[in-house]
Ligand binder design. Structure first.
Ligand code: ADP
Length: 482
């Protein structure tokens, strides 16, 4: 059966991106379309999108009508642009409203909850009322679009055009929840009761999405379990447990058009499973580019990451210190990352001390990252929590063996002793022990090391498998909503 699915998200690659959310909303619709489904995507027209529409970039066009979005303060006039996800026929619409949405940053404004509630309401109005396209499923992503679930389940039930539409809420990161003042409900024309999670006078948009969505999922099965516990639940575990029968976990895929060592133009030498012997040219190129000695006989350990506490940096500084002091034999270390200044300072300091064997590149560099994946022997991902994680998937596809903490999506994708090395406790000694095991095999058992590289490279991380799981979840949702 062909399903009509409407994606609502605050970011979609390549139009606007701050994190993995945009990668999902930019690739999953294409994979669903490839399965034959009819998918449309709506996101806000930020300032950069409005500029792109003027410049002709991405071939965006203004839709030939205007919207009058009903909010309590009075109807707000809005427009929309229309385009397609690059490399596909999937339509993308951009809700355009100058004062609320067309701002230089995606997030970080005091009125973010109001902005995104307006976006959610306007997106439904645009697609369902104005374009007359009634989806089978409205698939919303994170708190920014959760107001659509809330509205559909309450006020929207009084309108024939919206009644009975199935909703799926995907949680990409439970830490961001969208707290707003109670007035927001009035703005949306919703009369309802407070949730247990909401202190007097406040609402939590993600909690309301969880409360009302037909189905809920996160981006890995392990993270789906973790968020139902008090340690991983960020205050919403009780609500999630209440809905546990409807909470699922589906791993993110990798966009194989982008992440492919056989075609990646950023590599010094391209390779695949059968030509793994060409891979070391990338290690030499990486060493040369970063001013490290070009040596094949020492392992090159690497990290590519946002410098955020979530990524396990609290236990990484000491590990790098041990590694650079030859506690597991000679090694090189490369970090590509940017973010919190305290972590940048740690790596800058260590790199300054160990110039001959360590490089810290403290910026976002999309063309250097592939060379780090292809040129490193070991890839570190000691995350405190990890909803899914793309770094380990890319590393494995590029023949770098991950040493990862078994949490969330890392626990679901890195198989200890088969495709990588894992550790359980968030502490330095467990992390060090896993890294030592990896380096021991790298030094002493070349055959096993190669087998692990090949197992990682052969792993199926394509979107196709995930898209099939989403299709099933949509169908379950529609069956339970009937
Ligand atoms: P998250 O979305 O939490 O940041 P993921 O592992 O899901 O973590 O995705 C991280 C993505 O961002 C990967 O594609 C990684 O290569 C990329 N990335 C992170 N930091 C950098 C950087 N400094 N330079 C280039 N790419 C980076």
């Amino acid at each position: 059966m062909v399903l009509k699915v409407l994606f609502l998200a605050s970011e979609v690659a390549p139009f606007a991106k701050t994190g993995g959310l945009a990668d999902v909303t930019g690739s999953l619709p294409k994979a669903l379309a490839a399965l034959g489904h009819d998918v449309r995507v709506v996101m806000p027209a930020y300032e950069s999108v409005e500029r792109a529409a003027l410049d002709g970039r991405w071939a965006l066009r203004a839709v030939p009508f205007s919207l009058s979005v009903p909010m309590a303060a009075g109807a707000i006039a809005a427009g929309a642009f229309e385009g397609q996800l690059p490399g596909s026929q999937v339509p993308v619409y951009f809700v355009a409203e100058r004062s609320l949405l067309a701002r230089p940053l995606l997030y970080g404004y005091d009125d973010d909850p109001y902005r995104f509630a307006f976006f959610s309401r306007a997106a439904l109005d645009l697609v369902v009322a104005a374009l007359g396209w009634r989806p089978d499923v409205v698939h919303v992503h994170d708190w920014h679009a959760a107001a659509a679930v809330l509205w559909l389940a309450t006020a929207g039930q009084d309108d024939d055009r919206y009644r009975g539409i199935t909703t799926l809420l995907t949680i990409h990161n439970l830490q961001h929840q969208g707290w707003a003042s109670w007035n927001l409900l009035g703005q949306l024309g919703i009369v309802t009761h407070p949730l247990r999670e909401e202190p007097y006078g406040s609402i939590n948009l993600l909690a309301r999405g969880i409360y009302h969505a037909t189905k809920i999922n996160t981006v890995s099965p392990s993270y789906a379990r973790e968020i139902m516990t008090s340690t991983g639940g960020a205050g919403l575990d009780g609500l999630l447990r209440h809905r546990h029968a409807d909470v699922h976990g589906i791993l993110n895929g990798l966009d194989y058009d982008v992440w492919n060592p056989a075609t990646d133009v950023n590599l010094a030498r391209r390779f695949n499973l059968r030509t793994l012997d060409r891979r070391p040219a990338n290690k030499r190129a990486l060493q040369a580019r970063l001013g490290l000695p070009q040596r094949d006989d020492v392992p090159l350990v690497a990290m590519v990451t946002r410098l955020d506490a979530q990524k396990g940096l609290g236990i990484t500084g000491h590990i790098v210190h041990l590694l650079m002091n030859n506690a597991a034999g000679e090694a090189q270390f490369v970090l590509l990352g940017s973010g919190a200044s305290e972590y940048e300072a740690v790596f800058r300091h260590l790199a300054g001390y160990h110039r001959q064997k360590m490089a810290a590149v403290l910026r976002y560099d999309g063309s250097l990252a592939p060379l780090v994946y292809a040129g490193s022997d070991v890839f570190l991902m000691p995350s405190l929590f990890e909803p899914c994680g793309l770094g380990q998937l890319i590393a494995m596809r590029y023949g770098s063996v991950p040493v990862a903490r078994a949490t969330g999506g890392l626990a679901d994708t890195v198989r200890d002793g088969v495709t990588g090395f894992t550790f359980s406790d968030y502490d330095v000694s467990d992390f060090w022990e896993a890294l030592r095991r990896a380096l021991y095999i790298w030094h002493h058992d070349h055959g096993s090391w190669r087998a692990m590289q090949l197992a990682g490279m052969a792993m199926d991380s394509s979107w196709l498998t995930s898209a099939r799981s989403y299709q099933q979840l949509y169908e379950w949702g529609m069956a339970s909503a009937r």
